[in-house]
Design a protein around this ligand. Structure first.
Ligand code: ADP
Length: 664
């Protein structure tokens, strides 16, 4: 049966009064329960709120709720802080923000912030971004989202202060930009200007100059002088009040509108090299970081300037070398150890009538006259193995197959480890010289040949005349005929020397080989030599010697020449020791004197054609410088070798060695 509502019943939580318990106690009980439920719910709500507040306050990021304020035209013009958490003040530096608007706190606050929050409040789109405010001198990472009803225009904002990170990033970006810029510049003046501009922008300064202190004018200013003398940054925050400057210096700063500045000296190897000056018209508190950055800027600028100057010096010296090489009248080459031409100057290309590119595709053997290649190779191999420079005369073949004589000076190029890695060749065209030599040889050949017949007749007549002299002849006639014969003999010797030279240079010096007893040969020529001098004592003791193959006339000529030189170049007289000894594969013959000797520096030249030692003593002795040349050629032709050991004022020992076995 349906219960009917009784009087006094009331509606409770929308339930029909008829649902209420009928007894008052029951009703009271029900009421108490309801109250408890409400209290419980309040408690829950309170705890929840406390938990939220705790959460809100425990955030280490600044959190706030702002209400965006609009003008009558619905433009956002400010925002008011409705709620902030515990760390908000600490993180933002904004004191007592609650209830105040941003414009009240920082009148210069950028309008972009108002627009940004208004957009979030209107669209409801949460946003994350990084944004800076010059008004507060901060940079924030922001997460902002709308809360509540759109018409309330409330935005919750989580802010993280990233000013430090941003500052570091900015510094790094500056240093990166500085490095990039310095890398791209090679002119010292451009470097100075570009650094000045970049640093001025970064430091927000009014002036920024880098100068080299090697130029003394920088030292005119007392503060610059101070920085350099102390080798330490000179930093002034306010020139008007600082104790670091005297009155005069302060006036200079005021006059030059530099009320705050950093002067950084660059000191290298104890010497001031550069100075970076950053200055502002207004006083400014320079931070340690700014000073460090200025120091880094100065250091990098100096390095770049130094490199630029070194590169410039290198470029100039390269230019000089290039000019010298390209304008040289000598051909200049670089060749690899394999004999490839790596570089050639224009002169060498012209010498051989090749294009430079053509020449670079060739090897040296492609341009050396075939007969000279082996001689060249031997010398080049010695350069590679011993690193010794050498000089060589040889023939080269031009592109049109004509031949040119050159004198090449070849020097090694070493790598860092000291090994030969290539060679440079300085090549001089000596064709004209060779042609003159040829003409001279031709003349000597013709003249000596033409003189030989009449002089032989004169010599014969002289000897006949001398033989016809008897006791009846006037002593003066005998004396004159003897003198005539001595001079004729000298002339004959001279003409034969010229003839021999001519034969040698035309390759016509032929040998009549036979087996020779050297002891007998030496004995004979020692006796002959002794007959020509009374001031010298020529000593020879025969040794047991093997027979050698040789031209008896030519070898006799060599021995004669050495003995007569010993007599000539030991004018005071003394012993001359002739000796011969066997050394296994060869026999060595030596002629030693105790005369004037030969300076070390020219000992390698005395076997050259027409070479005579300079100096009063040597030049006082008559001669034409052909004797040793002929001796040397004769010995070489025998497959032997010739040399000298000599000490000035002590004497000389000339020797030649002959192989014991037959020579061709
Ligand atoms: P010449 O004696 O006709 O000048 P040589 O060819 O024989 O020519 O010698 C060349 C040079 O070597 C000489 O001019 C001389 O200066 C030097 N010379 C040769 N032999 C001797 C020696 N025994 N002592 C010192 N100097 C010598």
């Amino acid at each position: 049966m349906e219960k009917k509502p009784t009087s006094g019943q009331f509606s409770y939580h929308g339930e029909s009064l008829s649902d209420l318990p009928e007894s008052f106690d029951a009703c009271l009980l029900e009421l108490q329960r309801a109250e408890e439920t409400v209290r419980y719910q309040h408690r829950q709500l309170y705890q929840l709120e406390a938990r939220y507040k705790e959460l809100f306050d425990s955030l280490d990021e600044a959190f706030c709720i702002v209400e965006v304020l609009f003008d009558d035209d619905a433009h956002p013009i400010d925002y008011r802080f409705l709620k902030v958490n515990r760390v908000f003040e600490e993180q933002t530096g904004i004191r007592n923000p609650l209830g105040r608007t941003m414009r009240e706190i920082a009148p210069e606050h950028e309008p972009e912030w108002f627009e940004m929050y208004a957009r979030i409040a209107q669209t409801g789109e949460a946003q994350r971004f990084e944004y800076g405010t010059d008004a507060l001198g901060k940079f924030y990472n922001i997460h902002a989202f709308r809360i509540g009803d759109p018409k309330d225009a409330q935005v919750a904002v989580l802010l993280k202060d990233i000013s430090e990170r941003k500052r570091r990033e900015k510094q790094q970006a500056y240093l990166l930009q500085l490095s990039d810029m310095l890398r791209s510049l090679s002119d010292p003046i451009n470097i100075q200007q570009a650094v000045g501009q970049l640093a001025m922008d970064h430091f927000g300064a009014d002036r920024c100059d880098y100068c080299e202190t090697e130029k003394e004018d920088a030292l005119e200013f007392p503060m610059l002088r101070a920085a350099i003398t102390n080798a330490h940054p000179f930093v002034v925050h306010d020139a008007r009040t600082t104790a670091m400057l005297d009155e005069e210096a302060k006036q200079v700063c005021i006059q030059f509108q530099a009320l705050s500045f950093i002067d950084i000296p660059v000191i290298k190897e104890g010497r001031p090299r550069g100075l970076l000056c950053i200055a502002c018209r207004e006083p400014r508190k320079w931070t340690e970081e700014e000073i460090d950055l200025a120091r880094e800027t100065a250091e990098r600028t100096w390095v770049a300037m130094d490199q630029a100057k070194a590169a410039e010096a290198l470029r100039k010296s390269e230019e000089n070398y290039r000019a010298i090489v390209s304008q040289s009248i000598a051909g200049i080459l670089k060749v690899s150890l394999q004999g490839n031409i790596i570089f050639s100057n224009d002169q060498f290309c012209r010498l051989l009538n090749y294009d430079c590119a053509e020449l670079l595709s060739l090897g040296v053997n492609d341009v050396i006259y075939p007969e000279d290649q082996e001689r060249n190779l031997i010398a080049f191999e010695q350069l590679v193995s011993e690193g010794k420079a050498y000089e060589i005369e040889k023939r080269l073949v031009r592109k049109d197959h004509t031949v040119v004589w050159v004198n090449n000076h070849v020097s090694p190029i070493f790598d860092k480890a000291g090994n030969v890695e290539a060679a440079t060749i300085v090549s001089i065209d000596i064709s004209r010289q060779k042609e003159l030599e040829r003409q001279k040889d031709e003349f000597i050949g013709i003249a000596s040949h033409e003189l030989k017949t009449p002089i032989t007749s004169i010599k014969a007549y002289g000897e006949i005349l001398a033989g016809m002299m008897d006791g009846a002849a006037a002593p003066i006639v005998v004396q004159l005929i003897n003198k005539l014969n001595v001079q004729v003999n000298r002339l004959v010797k001279l003409i034969y020397s010229l003839l021999n030279t001519s034969r040698i240079s035309s390759g016509q010096l032929a040998l009549q080989l036979e087996l020779i007893d050297l002891n007998a040969l030496l004995e004979e020529h020692v006796l002959q030599g002794q007959l020509t001098t009374s001031r010298h004592h020529i000593v020879f003791t025969a040794q047991k010697l093997p027979m050698v193959s040789g031209d008896i006339e030519r070898l006799g000529q060599v021995v004669d020449n050495l003995i007569s030189n010993s007599i000539k170049y030991a004018p005071k007289g003394g012993d001359i020791i002739v000796s011969a000894e066997s050394h296994g594969e060869y026999v060595r013959v030596s002629v030693q004197d105790f005369g004037m000797g030969i300076p070390k520096a020219v000992q390698n030249k005395i076997f050259d054609r027409f070479y005579r030692v300079k100096g009063a003593l040597a030049e006082a002795v008559s001669g034409i410088g052909l004797g040793l040349y002929i001796c040397h050629e004769i010995i070489e032709k025998h497959g032997g070798r010739m040399g000298v050991k000599s000490i000035p004022d002590e004497g000389s020992t000339f020797y030649f060695e002959l192989p014991i076995h037959t020579v061709t």
